[in-house]
Ligand binder design. Structure first.
Ligand code: DOR
Ligand code: ZN
Length: 419
């Protein structure tokens, strides 16, 4: 079976340690080499926050679909071009800074050594290995999106397609989530725009939740299918649709069974946790995202879909950083920051159901095929060694607590291979 450019299962170089963990069900004893994954749903933010998070993604993913929900949102091609440049500039700056830290590491500066080993999650990392990883990260490609508003015009769609770097348009129902106040108030008013997208082959990425206050927050995705998705699919049968960060059995089955070009992204948190995680011994804001975690029945359906081998399901972390003080707040922001250990989390989820052979399709092949892009030719390695996720990380002037921060995960991301 061919899984990727150099997918192979082979013995890890050293014996691995199995630690008890809430995530731990891993049984495999082999390392996994897989085609370099892409992240098909990512929030990178802007300014200092962008600088704090961009390298974590570039060290694990070849490309990422970057969400446009900045303040103000990215609604046209010139804004997308400028944002793309800020992302590339931030990445270059952070890589240069990290190279300087590695130089200090070479001269045996103890603090720099510890920082770098922690950063790369590899206690035995050599300076040369770290420099190689950074060289690879410099190839990261942000794929840009536009934010659909009530004022988007068909000419915006033409410009987006003609730009060559805008890959999709994002639909946020107004009020559905973080920075969605400029979102769409009535999708029916935008049929001319959707028709142009259908004609030009530009995917519509859907935050699929109704916003009515009378609909229970746990039902909003299922109700959205009945009120919006079915109608969208029927009216625009050729429109490429991505049902983003699906959280329910209903959404998984809808995407599995629908006619026409349709796919879904699935986050690590929705594969690994049910809604109990939010209430585990107290209110846990770092497990709060939108759409919110659901019951165990839904988590199982998502895991089933992700590991089914169907090309309609692929990786999208929805890694959405917020500073800890705004998460640990009376009105906690929605969003889980998973980028630094995203692949370790996904590998742990797939391993827990003995489906690691389907991870490369989900993480590497299916998304690229849906977007009409070629799959990455480079590879990465994951090893079945328990590793502790970072408890907190710098985030501009503040700090951030990542998803499952401080927990032991049974898999560890081991970097780019053969570079
Ligand atoms: O939890 C979420 N956070 N869901 C979203 O849809 C947006 C995201 C964010 O931007 O923080
Ligand atoms: Zn998102």
């Amino acid at each position: 079976m061919i899984f990727g450019p150099s997918l192979s299962l082979h013995q890890p170089s050293k014996a691995h340690e199995r630690r008890t963990s809430t995530l731990s069900k891993a049984k495999a004893a082999q390392a996994l080499v897989c085609g370099l994954p892409d992240d098909w749903h990512l929030h990178l933010r802007d300014g200092d926050a962008l600088k704090s998070v961009v390298l974590a993604t570039a060290l694990q993913f070849g490309r990422a679909i970057v969400m446009p929900n900045l303040k103000p949102p990215v609604t046209n091609v010139s804004q997308a071009l400028a944002y793309r440049q800020r992302i590339l500039d931030a990445l270059k700056l952070v890589i240069d800074e990290t190279v300087r830290n590695i130089d200090r590491y070479k001269t045996s500066d103890v603090l720099a050594t510890i920082r770098m080993q922690h950063f790369f999650n590899r206690p035995d990392a050599s300076a040369d290995w770290m420099l190689e990883q950074l060289l690879q990260a410099a190839h990261f490609e942000p794929l840009m999106t536009l934010y659909l508003t009530d004022h988007t015009a068909p000419s915006d769609i033409d410009e987006a397609v003609d730009s060559g770097f805008v890959r999709a348009v994002k639909l946020y129902p107004a009020g559905a989530t973080t920075h969605s106040d400029a979102g769409v108030t009535s999708i029916h008013q935008l049929h001319h725009v959707l028709a142009r997208m259908e004609m030009r082959g530009l995917p519509l990425l859907v935050h699929g939740e109704v916003t009515d206050r009378d609909v229970d927050v746990f039902d909003r995705e299922a109700v959205f299918i009945d009120r919006v998705m079915i109608d969208l699919r029927r009216k625009f049968p050729g429109l490429k649709l991505v049902f983003e960060h699906i959280t329910t059995e209903e959404a998984a089955h809808f995407v599995r069974d629908a006619e026409g070009p349709i796919a879904a992204t699935i986050t690590p948190q929705h594969l690994l946790y049910n809604r109990n995680a939010i209430f585990n011994g107290g209110l846990r804001p770092h497990w709060y995202c939108l759409p919110v975690l659901k019951k165990e029945r839904h988590r199982r359906a998502l895991m089933q879909a992700a590991s089914s081998g169907s090309a309609r399901f692929f990786l999208g972390t929805d890694s959405a950083p917020h500073p800890a003080h705004l998460k640990e707040h009376a009105a906690a922001c929605a969003g889980c920051y998973s980028a630094p250990h995203a692949l370790a989390l996904y590998a742990s989820a797939f391993d827990a159901v003995d489906a690691l052979e389907h991870l490369p399709g989900f993480a590497w092949a299916h998304g690229a095929a849906f977007y009409g892009l070629s799959a990455n030719t480079r590879s990465i390695r994951l090893v079945p060694e328990a590793c502790q996720t970072p408890q907190r990380l710098g985030f501009g002037e503040r700090h951030i607590v990542p998803l499952a921060g401080g927990e032991f995960v049974p898999w560890r991301f081991d970097g780019f291979v053969d570079c």
